[in-house]
Ligand binder design. Structure first.
Ligand code: ZN
Length: 249
């Protein structure tokens, strides 16, 4: 079983299409949330991911865009994107967002999916210190998470007091590249595929991963996409300019 793991697409259709084109063969898609928010194509992206399969957990932006309340915890730029998205979503796509399940969800034995963390969908797991207590709980051998928009994650060997950082080291930020991670025995993993639609790790290429369950192999991918087209759509939609400029950083 080969799982294509996507997270934080954020309504970026150009990035999603580039990832799907670059992805090797897979059997199922796991979607870790934040399908919408920030980007200019929320309806098109929702329709595309629904075609890809039925495994989803919600992200904080999905939750906010599906709600009607004010926006606790959102900065003004993210909040404006939520308000814009609420206005443009079709009733059918809004209904889809509303029924997305809260993580954690385990699609297979020893595989768990969350948006932020198993204890809090809004938690940012950025450093070893934050990953350590989660890895100690060892709910599943591998937990896929998103939310930080940082590709990589952490692993913890039994008896070891320090998690290892699994950030892939690409030679450059150009072209399509991949980086393999062979899973080891007696090690637990917290793995982030990175963000499809708004990376925040100083590499503007779209990010995703493939998990081959039989080979026990995680392959991280980075792929270039038409950033200019995505930026132009954000500006034409009247969304904050910062949402366009940050895609290139
Ligand atoms: Zn996100």
């Amino acid at each position: 079983m080969r799982l294509l793991v996507l997270s934080d697409i954020h309504a970026n259709l150009e990035a999603l299409e580039a990832c799907l084109e670059a992805a090797p063969e897979y059997d199922r898609v796991l979607n870790l949330g934040d399908v919408v928010g920030y980007g200019a194509n929320p309806n098109e992206v929702i329709e595309k991911v629904r075609e890809l399969g039925d495994f989803f957990i919600r992200g904080n932006h999905d939750r906010a865009c599906a709600a009607t309340d004010s926006l606790p915890g959102f900065n003004p730029i993210a909040g404006m994107a939520v308000l814009w998205t609420r206005k443009i979503l079709t009733p059918d796509n809004l209904a889809f967002l509303r029924q997305l399940p809260h993580g954690p969800v385990s699609p297979y034995d020893d595989v768990e999916c969350v948006h932020g963390s198993a204890q809090d969908e809004d938690e940012y797991v950025i450093e070893e210190l934050e990953a350590y207590p989660l890895l100690l709980k060892r709910v599943a051998r591998i937990t896929f998470f998103g939310h930080t928009h940082l590709q990589g994650g952490f692993s913890l060997k039994e008896q070891s007091p320090i998690p290892a950082n699994l950030t892939p080291r690409y030679k450059s930020a150009k072209g399509k590249q991949k980086e393999k991670l062979k899973m080891k025995k007696n090690v637990h993993y917290l793995i982030n595929p990175g963000s499809v639609g708004q990376p925040r790790d100083s590499d503007p290429r779209a990010a995703f991963l493939l998990y081959d369950m039989d080979e026990e192999l995680v392959t991280f991918f980075r792929v270039p996409y038409d950033i200019k087209a995505a930026q132009q759509k954000i500006l034409s939609a009247g969304l904050p300019e910062r949402l366009a400029t940050r895609l290139a950083e």
